[in-house]
Design a protein around this ligand. Structure first.
Ligand code: PRP
Ligand code: URA
Length: 209
């Protein structure tokens, strides 16, 4: 599993437990999703390349590292991925944002696509695909396939809660991507919802329960 990072930071674990609580209301839920996303992105972007540039401090001139080269694209999967975007933009305000619209068919649980708009060109960018839930893995895998079809190469997928089944599918379909997970849960129920999970992430973020 060397392309998978499962977060262990106590702040992330604490905030995920607050998300799971069915009594956590929309306001707090949204804020927590943003905070967790920012903390996870801190890890997911830890390999961004640096270059030394000359900086004049009040005392002297020195060489000091700044981000170089690769630019960043965030690609939230609609709807729930939208809830993660603002938090990460706080860290990387110059990132471009693409959108992929997918929903799960309630009977087959297979992803149905309805929208795709990505920054162009995308091939030079580090791409962070965002979705709080990796359940069967169908939506994440389809989104990564779209991005590859548009030329995306350096792709990272970030979620808050994952089921082992979804992780296995995403790794099998796309062994070349990096995967960042807030917490790896037990599995899926008969409706392909993650258990213990946190319920329907989109409904809880947008208050459409
Ligand atoms: C949820 C979630 C993921 C998908 C995960 O979206 O946000 O996109 O399900 O399930 P999978 O791994 O089995 O594909 P949903 O289809 O409920 O749409 P929404 O975000 O618009 O509510
Ligand atoms: N989508 C969600 O929002 N939650 C799940 O547990 C599975 C899919």
């Amino acid at each position: 599993m060397n392309n998978v990072v499962i977060m262990t930071h106590p702040l992330i674990q604490h905030k995920i437990s607050r998300l799971r609580d069915k009594n956590t209301g929309t306001n707090e839920f949204r804020a927590l999703v943003q905070e967790i996303s920012m903390l996870e992105a801190f890890e997911a972007l830890s390999d961004l390349p640096l270059e030394d540039v000359e900086v004049e401090t009040p005392l002297m001139t020195c060489k000091s590292p700044m981000l170089s080269g690769r630019k960043i694209a965030l690609v939230p999967i609609l709807r729930a991925g939208l809830g993660m975007t603002e938090g990460i933009l706080n860290l990387v305000p110059s990132a471009k944002v693409g959108h992929i619209g997918l929903y799960r068919d309630p009977k087959t649980h297979l992803p149905q696509d309805y929208y795709c708009k990505l920054p162009s060109p995308i091939d030079e960018r580090t791409i962070l695909v965002l979705d709080p839930m990796l359940a069967t893995g169908g939506s994440a895998s389809e989104a990564v396939t779209f991005i590859k079809q548009h030329g995306g190469k350096n792709i990272k997928f970030m979620c808050i809660v994952a089921a082992p089944q979804g992780l296995e599918k995403l790794q099998k379909d796309h062994p070349d991507i990096q995967i960042y997970i807030g917490h790896l849960d037990e599995g899926l129920n008969e409706n392909a919802y993650i258990i213990p999970g946190l319920g329907d992430a989109g409904d809880r973020i947008f208050g459409t329960l």
